[in-house]
Design a protein around this ligand. Structure first.
Ligand code: FMN
Length: 212
């Protein structure tokens, strides 16, 4: 049995959101192959993270340099979302992220969540010997949709590049992506065909992670 954290960063209903359709395909395939996993759904629009602020910074980073540092009450209050969500992060074996590409990057709400869960001494340690994960996430699956098309390594692709950098920092290097590209029908006459292929990719990924 796996603990799966599914982070959803898309405000649209499933019928309009290609990335959510990939998620539906992914979980259908996974459940068919391996029922009984614990899936925690985190819809960021229903449960929005705060922006990282000065109190949050002090609460989590001051003790890294001064282990005797005691957070103030204001800092404790500012750290609540982070504490709760770092807890969910640390319980997960598999992290699934459902997101559109907006302005060549991840939606701000997803970046804000990342900023709340990549916390020193909670989800990773940092010291003279470098960075070590405290979580036990073995894999990240990103289910993405975009209007345009992006080859691997395209510098305009802020999602794949951004997730690789952020998760690589805390020791998660296994990142798989099913991506419905070319979903702007004004520019891509084969948008529907592309989406079908991405749905297939998402199902394949769902089956593959069943063996994780
Ligand atoms: C605010 C906004 C910004 C967007 N920026 C980009 C972009 O930078 N590159 C791109 O290829 N498509 C962009 N798009 C198109 C979306 O990525 C595309 O509609 C995609 O299918 C959205 O995912 P969804 O269907 O899962 O909501 C943008 C759409 C919106 C609404």
């Amino acid at each position: 049995m796996m603990n799966i954290l599914h982070v959803i960063a898309n405000p649209k209903p499933v019928a309009e959101a290609h990335s959510k359709q990939l998620a539906a395909a992914f979980f259908t395939a996974l459940k068919a192959k391996q029922p009984g996993n614990q899936v925690t759904e985190l819809d960021l629009y229903a449960n929005p993270p705060p922006f990282y602020d000065y109190e949050t910074y002090r609460h989590f980073w001051y003790p890294v340099f001064d282990p005797a540092y005691k957070a103030s009450e204001k800092e404790m209050a500012a750290a609540q979302y982070a504490r709760q969500h770092c807890g969910l992060f640390n319980q997960a074996d598999l992290l699934v992220i459902t997101t559109p590409l907006w302005n060549f990057g991840m939606p701000a709400i997803l970046k804000a969540w990342l900023d709340q869960v990549l916390m020193p001494n909670v989800t990773f340690t940092i010291g003279g010997n470098g960075v070590k994960g405290l979580h036990h996430i073995r894999k990240v699956v990103a289910l993405v949709s975009s209007g345009g098309t992006y080859e691997a390594g395209d510098s305009r692709d802020g999602i794949r590049n951004g997730l690789r950098a952020a998760f690589g920092f805390v020791g998660i290097t296994d990142i798989e992506v099913a991506w419905s590209q070319g979903q702007n029908p004004l520019f891509f006459k084969d948008a529907a065909e592309r989406h079908k292929r991405a749905i297939w990719d998402a199902m394949q990924l769902g089956e593959a992670v069943a063996g994780l």
